[in-house]
Design a protein around this ligand. Structure first.
Ligand code: AMP
Length: 507
């Protein structure tokens, strides 16, 4: 696919291919250069005019709470320990001060990429190592690319700042080329960064600012040792900012070792009480029922784009394929895909070419596409905390969103854990014609409110329109001789039981 999104393209350029100047971003200015900046609520935060202009062009008028608190403290040089919700604007909270810091410094001491090192005895000289001033560590490649893209956007009027990404799965030659351009800002996943540090291609001894983005996730993914090794390679004088959805005991320990007298910024507990996201619960009898529910839900006219989460890579692949066969513009995203394929899928999503992304938890964090109106947990996450991140893919930047949970009979325990985390109980929604056969499980003893009439989500149970007509859950396909006329049976549970006529249900 040659179609690359503006943002994806910018990220790749910053990352790899020879135009890594931050200012080289595609500058589709939404605001004229001479537009007044006085309307910007950012003006009082101590940011310079070039950055304020980029913010105005991004159409940010008011800083988010995390930006309001973190930006001035960061400009002052303080270490920060920040817990903030996903989608809270945390990237700008650290990247705007980082750009400002670099912009305020005199020209870098290290050789720029256009100054040629002399050959010694005809041999090509080994390039000097990249010595970034700012390092942002992220758990996943997706998040790293997103941070790079935001950096390009925020720094578009700062002429000489170079940002690059160092990610696992990226070809080495391109990364080496990028490093030879002496990036001021590196956005990296821990493993590949350490490779380059070990081989002397990156020198962190001059690092001024270290940012941990989604530190909790990094620990979940087993990066503790890598983090320790990276810290060893950085100077004590660095400023350190740690962002995490939750500040649990592990994060507090990590912060205790790595931060100096940090300002603690707590914007909102990681538990999701975000009223911009309507959460729904549908009980499902089996896989076929889930598939029919999904088909119905994806036909909702208010749905612009959706992410459907599955438990396994194989399920993501096969469900995306089945949806595509049924006529949905659907694609899969999971960790077995190479980086190129992942980028192409994300670009298609950003550009609106994909309406439904079926993904594993690789997409639970970091994906920021404003038109994602719906998140469907086809399978619930194994960790209750991941629920918050998954549903945070919708309701971005002040928009509203819908998060729908398909809870099968084997999912009750994990659903209970999620409800405990949310500190609320959702009333089950029912779609006419797609009701579950079994009664809803009763609420655990000793807790107020049952599932049916408990605290609920404050919304009346969702009763959708009548479901699609052919009885197999997937319109446009023959019903496979299922439900019709099956006396007393569950309406819609006919056919091959898979919901996908003519296909096996095997997971
Ligand atoms: P983040 O939490 O950094 O991933 O940001 C989430 C989304 O909010 C991104 O789409 C940002 O472009 C957007 N955003 C960040 N700060 C602001 C702001 N002050 N006003 C409006 N949108 C913002």
């Amino acid at each position: 696919m040659t179609d690359v999104s503006k943002t994806g393209n910018a990220g790749e350029r910053a990352l790899t291919s020879g135009a890594p100047e931050v200012s080289a971003a595609p500058a589709q200015s939404a605001v004229p250069a001479n537009a007044p900046l006085s309307a910007s609520g950012f003006a009082g935060l101590g940011l310079n005019d070039s950055i304020l202009r980029a913010i105005a062009e991004a159409r940010y008028t008011q800083p988010t709470p995390v930006q309001q608190k973190a930006i001035p403290a960061c400009i002052e040089g303080r270490d920060l320990l920040v817990s903030s919700q996903t989608g809270s604007g945390k990237t700008a909270a650290f990247m705007l001060p980082a750009l400002q810091m670099i912009a305020a410094q005199p020209s870098p001491e290290h050789p720029r990429f256009d100054s040629k090192a002399p050959r010694v005895q005809g041999r090509r000289p080994r390039p000097s190592p990249a010595k970034p001033a700012v390092l942002v560590l992220t758990p996943t490649r997706e998040l790293a690319l997103q941070v790079s893209q935001a950096t390009v956007q925020y720094g578009k009027h700062l002429r000489r700042i170079v940002c690059g990404s160092v990610l696992g799965g990226m070809p080495y030659p391109k990364q080496l080329e990028m490093l030879s351009r002496m990036p001021d800002i590196l956005v990296a996943t821990p493993g590949r960064l350490l490779d380059h540090v070990g081989s002397g291609r990156i020198d962190l001894s001059a690092l001024q600012m270290l940012v941990f983005d989604e530190a909790d996730r990094m620990l979940d993914m087993g990066f503790q040792e890598d983090i320790d090794a990276i810290i060893e390679a950085t100077p004590e004088s660095r400023q350190t900012l740690m962002f995490s959805a939750t500040i649990d005991a592990r994060i507090a320990r990590l912060a205790g070792r790595m931060l100096r007298d940090p300002l603690r910024v707590e914007i909102a507990a990681a538990r999701m009480d975000n009223s911009d996201i309507e959460q729904r619960l549908h009980y499902a009898d089996d896989l076929g029922h889930k598939q029919r529910l999904l088909d119905h839900l994806l036909r909702d006219a208010s749905l612009k784009q959706a992410i459907v989460f599955t438990a396994t890579k194989r399920d993501a692949e096969s469900l995306a394929q089945k949806l595509a066969d049924t006529g949905f513009a659907a694609g899969a995203l999971h960790g077995d895909m190479n980086q190129g394929a992942r980028n192409r899928t994300l670009t298609a999503l950003r550009r609106g070419g994909l309406r439904v992304l079926v993904a594993t938890d690789v997409a639970a964090r970091g994906i920021d596409v404003p038109d994602i109106t719906h998140v469907v947990n086809f399978d619930l996450p194994k960790q209750a905390e991941d629920y918050v991140h998954r549903i945070g893919r919708t309701g971005r930047a002040g928009r509203s969103g819908v998060a729908i949970n398909l809870v099968g009979t084997g999912d009750i325990m994990i659903w209970r854990r999620i409800e405990r985390l949310l500190d609320r109980r959702l009333a089950p929604s029912v779609i006419d014609g797609l009701e579950p056969r079994r009664p809803a499980p009763s609420a655990p003893k000793g807790r107020p409110g049952g599932f049916r009439n408990g605290a609920g989500n404050g919304k009346p149970g969702y009763r959708g329109n009548s479901r699609n007509s052919n009885g197999n859950g997937w319109p446009g396909k023959p019903s496979g001789g299922g439900y019709a006329g099956k006396p007393g049976g569950y309406r819609g549970n006919g056919g091959n039981g898979s919901g996908f006529s003519g296909r096996s249900s095997g997971r």
